[in-house]
Ligand binder design. Structure first.
Ligand SMILES: CC(C)(COP(=O)(O)OP(=O)(O)OC[C@H]1O[C@@H](n2cnc3c(N)ncnc32)[C@H](O)[C@@H]1OP(=O)(O)O)[C@@H](O)C(=O)NCCC(=O)NCCS
Length: 185
């Protein structure tokens, strides 16, 4: 299923970006990617991505059957990280969660949309039927990007998360995209 990587895609502005699964060699460049995000983009990510030990753990404990991280590279730098978190047991075996983060200079250039499409395809090939995204409701732009990628807002969990700077509670929208069965496995 991962045979097609590395894969080059061309954004509408002509930039050529390489997509490929994360490897253990990505530790330092992944840390730089997260460190260079806008602090507001980091505020409501699920993890404290400026924690070097966490990034080291992610890059060392890779298991693509549990979490599949696809990176986008441009000119030797990571410019986006998109992860697919499979639920491997129990009643949610047909569900996976998606998280996407795009570098500030690449936002609004359709890289996020391309990555959501890419992970939707990979998830469908893995027999996933429902793709979940958990987004804070006060990031309306992020909600719009996911809606345009085919997600619908199912419900909102009020005051459910606290930001990484430990100062604000926020509501979380549970957004789901129904996937069509894959034709190319
Ligand atoms: C959300 C995010 C992944 C979107 O990626 P992106 O590359 O900037 O989005 P794209 O350029 O692919 O845009 C896709 C569509 O969403 C729309 N969109 C993107 N950002 C938007 C914004 N801030 N406001 C309104 N619409 C927006 C685009 O206009 C585009 O619409 P179109 O299909 O009609 O052209 C990116 O902004 C990001 O990394 N945000 C910070 C991290 C984050 O919060 N991630 C979500 C956690 S799961």
């Amino acid at each position: 299923m991962l045979e097609g990587y590395p894969k080059q895609i061309t954004l509408p502005d002509g930039s050529k970006v390489t997509l490929r699964p994360m490897t253990r060699d990505d530790q330092y460049s992944l840390y730089s990617f997260f460190a260079n995000l806008d602090p507001e983009d980091r505020r409501f990510l699920r993890n404290v991505v400026t924690d070097r030990k966490l990034i080291e753990k992610w890059t060392r404990n890779l298991n693509y059957d549990n979490v599949l991280p696809i990176l986008a590279e441009f000119a030797g730098r990571i410019v986006a990280n998109a992860t697919l978190h499979y639920q491997t047991f129990g009643w949610g075996r047909h569900v996976a969660e998606i998280r996407v983060t795009v570098a500030p200079e690449f936002q609004g250039r359709r890289l996020g949309a391309a990555l959501i499409e890419e992970l939707s395809r990979l998830a469908a090939a893995h027999n996933v039927k429902k793709l979940l995204a958990r987004i804070v409701t006060n990031r309306q732009g992020v909600i719009s990007a996911f809606e345009k990628a085919g997600f619908s807002q199912m419900t909102v969990l009020k005051n459910y998360v606290k930001d990484v700077y430990n100062s604000q509670y926020a509501d979380i929208a549970l957004m789901v995209k129904e996937l069509q069965p894959s034709t190319s496995q």
